[in-house]
Design a protein around this ligand. Structure first.
Ligand code: PMP
Length: 360
């Protein structure tokens, strides 16, 4: 007898970055460096720890399930009515809920591959069929092929912009063309987890450019630029009917009291967020150039990580970096994703990369 679904047996697990404390202990060094999960390295924003501490005084009570105050603040910040916003326990949880609200078993979800590793896991969890469209030779989305991959069974298309893990992005003109080809009963999800790091003016802000379209939904996270990865806070912007349907299947109370308080405090720190993103962007250019000098064909990144298309040498490269105290994220057979850290962390990575490229 079996108690769980047989169809989940072959599903690859989500692989989180190697644990920092474990590696530090194993290598017996002062501190290992983690450049594997696309966090921004500058610590919690000012005021966040205080807001969380204050919220803890009320932690015997349930949080506001509708996150009314936070949705009001987000609505004001992003220029959309609060009834179009849904908050969740990280945008990955919202992705899961949105699949639940749109897909029945056998329905199809189209996405580019390689892209965010949660898409296949969440699709399979809902019994939906993943339709993976290979990335272009330049490691980006092939939007024309994605539009062609849509059938009557397609319910969702994920467009990860910028794309995790390759850092590539699709521009306004390409998205305009793509949306014109997508049937009106297919929901296009613009996953903009790294939006705050985008500097190319031709890469659109999905909320201001597309969120008014009936079949577009924009996903954002506060884990990256806003520094709340450990607190779990994401949100989506959709049409009121779509947002309402998603809200119906939300896990009750899944955005905690502390996450809501932290998000309010973070939103008040936007100038500091911009400053930090500026530092990350400057380092992104520096690391990209340094790797290109080492003859790695790094595609231009609009996110806070870079992609090394090392194919079958990805795992070996990752292992050498790890042995030198730098945790990166290899996707064997494909490439290695490296998060942009502080200048010192990036220097340590570049030194490890030089050795690794020599050895593999
Ligand atoms: N979307 C993309 C493209 C991501 O890279 C990530 C984080 N790795 C997420 C969504 C999820 O972020 P979170 O659940 O922390 O909000």
């Amino acid at each position: 007898t079996r108690l769980t679904r047989a169809d989940l047996d072959g599903l690859p697990a989500y692989v989180p970055g190697r644990n920092l404390a474990d590696l530090t202990r194993e290598l017996g060094i002062a501190e290992a460096i983690k450049l594997a999960s696309n966090e921004v390295p500058y610590g919690p924003l000012p005021g966040v720890v205080e807001a969380v501490t204050e919220a803890m005084l009320h932690s015997h009570r349930y949080p506001d399930m509708g996150a009314v105050e936070l949705r009001g603040a987000l609505g004001e910040r992003y220029g959309v009515a609060p009834d179009r916003i849904v908050t969740g326990c990280g945008s990955v949880a919202l992705t899961e809920i949105l699949v639940k609200a749109t897909c029945l078993p056998g329905d199809e979800i189209v996405y580019s591959w390689r892209s965010f590793e949660a898409y296949p896991i969440i699709s399979a969890g809902a019994g939906a069929t993943s339709v993976r469209v290979p990335n272009t030779a330049a490691h980006g989305h092939d939007l024309a092929a994605m539009a062609d991959a849509i059938t009557e069974r397609t319910r969702l298309v994920f467009v990860c912009n910028p794309n995790n893990p390759t850092g590539t992005s699709v521009r306004t003109a390409e998205i305009d063309r793509f949306l014109a080809d997508v049937p009106s009963d297919v929901l296009v999800v613009l996953d903009e987890a790294y939006r705050e790091m985008v500097t190319d003016p031709e890469v659109p802000d999905g909320i201001s450019t597309y969120a008014d379209r009936p079949n577009v939904l924009v996903l954002r996270t506060m884990s990256k630029a806003w520094g709340l990865a450990g607190l779990r806070m994401g949100f989506l912007v959709a049409q009121p009917e779509v947002a309402g349907a998603i809200r119906k299947v939300l896990t009750p109370f899944s955005t905690s009291l502390v996450a809501q308080a932290a998000a309010m405090a973070a939103l008040a720190q936007e100038a500091e967020v911009r400053r930090r993103c500026g530092l990350v962007v400057a380092e992104r250019s520096r690391v990209t150039e340094a790797l290109r000098k080492l003859h790695v064909d790094v595609p231009e990144s609009q996110a806070n990580f870079v992609w090394l298309p090392l194919g079958d040498q990805a795992a070996a490269f990752g292992a050498v970096c790890e042995g030198r105290g730098v945790i990166v994220r290899p996707f064997q057979g494909d490439g290695v994703r490296v998060t942009i850290g502080t200048p010192e962390e990036n220097d340590a990575f570049l030194a490890a990369a030089e050795v690794a490229l020599d050895q593999i």
